[in-house]
Design a protein around this ligand. Structure first.
Ligand code: SAM
Length: 305
């Protein structure tokens, strides 16, 4: 419609800190089904509000993409807790040639700017935060995904411990596909669903796991409609952070979901930081759970449904 403002939002900026219109298009890769910011044309939005990521490469990439998709003169608001990247937003935007107004509220820094006609260095920030193969990982990955430039030690322990698996399974919170690669390499796996809430991780996994038995699902493991059922096995290194804060309920929800996905007698192999309290929920939803490894601060369980 002529005169309608085209608005985007990245993540979930607290409503007390930023006003976002109901019609704003969600652009975060952490919200399944949202629009893909990389696929938007230059200058196609009038307004964008960003809950800015904490990591430097990811935040600069996101701000640069936001400036790319804003029309010249379009309005950008970016905010974050001061100690989680908020203190850096102003300098990031100024490095792109923006003139920035900054306020503080409830431990957040809130920066606003109008997109200059000429923004500097967007391409460099976008290249630095784009999909790449970090040498320490040797797989496709992207700044912002879990353990983006190195193998997670918990995942390495699980990969060493898990035996050859048989039948159809799922990798819950698959990340860039490190565990899935390992599972598909051994045993008699017939199908493997790789599920992650992070589109960047799922895209990377698709590049890393070139195997017709693999299916890639961008979804929240907690949402019921995404769950395959009757599986022979599940492998997982469940997340225990949500939005930067420790969230034990998230890992426990993964355990419950794994039990729902498995057939009777199906097996769940999981790794967790030793301090996480998963034993009670394992006992509640599985008929047995046995410790199979304990090293380097991580524990591996085999749970039988
Ligand atoms: C500890 S990492 C493990 C990643 C990968 N399996 C590995 O071993 O390197 C947990 C993964 O769960 C994903 N995740 C977090 N919350 C999720 C949710 N609600 N549904 C699906 N995936 C989720 C994260 O994006 C992350 O990739």
């Amino acid at each position: 419609m002529v005169g309608e403002r085209r608005e985007g939002v990245y993540g979930a900026p607290p409503t007390a800190l930023a006003l976002v219109g109901h019609g704003a298009a969600q652009l975060s890769p952490l919200v399944p089904g949202s629009a893909v910011i990389e696929a938007l044309a230059d200058g196609c939005l009038d307004t964008i509000t960003i809950a800015a990521p904490a990591g430097t490469l990811e935040r600069r990439y996101t701000l640069a993409q936001a400036l790319r998709v804003l029309t010249p003169g379009g309005h950008l608001t970016a905010l974050a807790p001061k100690d989680k990247g908020g203190a850096r937003i102003r300098a990031d935007l100024e490095s792109f040639g923006c003139s920035v107004q900054e306020t503080s509220k409830r431990h957040n820094r809130i920066c606003t700017t109008d997109r200059p006609v000429r923004a500097d260095d967007l391409d460099a920030a976008i290249a630095a935060g784009a999909p790449q193969r970090p040498p320490g990982l040797g797989l496709w990955s992207q700044p912002g995904v879990f353990s983006w430039d190195r193998v997670d030690q918990g995942s390495a322990l699980l990969a060493q411990t898990v035996p050859a698996l048989t039948g159809a399974g799922a990798d819950l919170g698959c990340g860039v596909g490190y565990l899935a690669q390992h599972v598909l390499a051994g045993g008699k796996v017939t199908a493997l669903a790789l599920i992650d809430i992070d589109r960047r991780a799922v895209d990377a996994a698709r590049r890393n796991v070139d195997d017709p038995r693999a299916a890639f699902v961008w979804a929240d493991v907690r949402s019921p409609e995404t769950a395959p059922e009757g599986l022979d096995f599940v492998v997982m290194n469940p997340p225990f952070h949500d939005g930067g804060a420790e969230d034990r309920a998230l890992g426990q929800a993964f355990i419950r979901r794994a039990a729902q996905m498995l057939r009777k007698g199906g097996r769940c192999w999981l790794v967790a930081n030793r301090h996480l309290p998963y034993e009670a929920v394992l006992a509640e939803v599985f008929s047995s759970a046995t410790s199979r490894a304990d090293a380097g601060g991580y524990k591996v369980f085999e749970a039988v449904r």
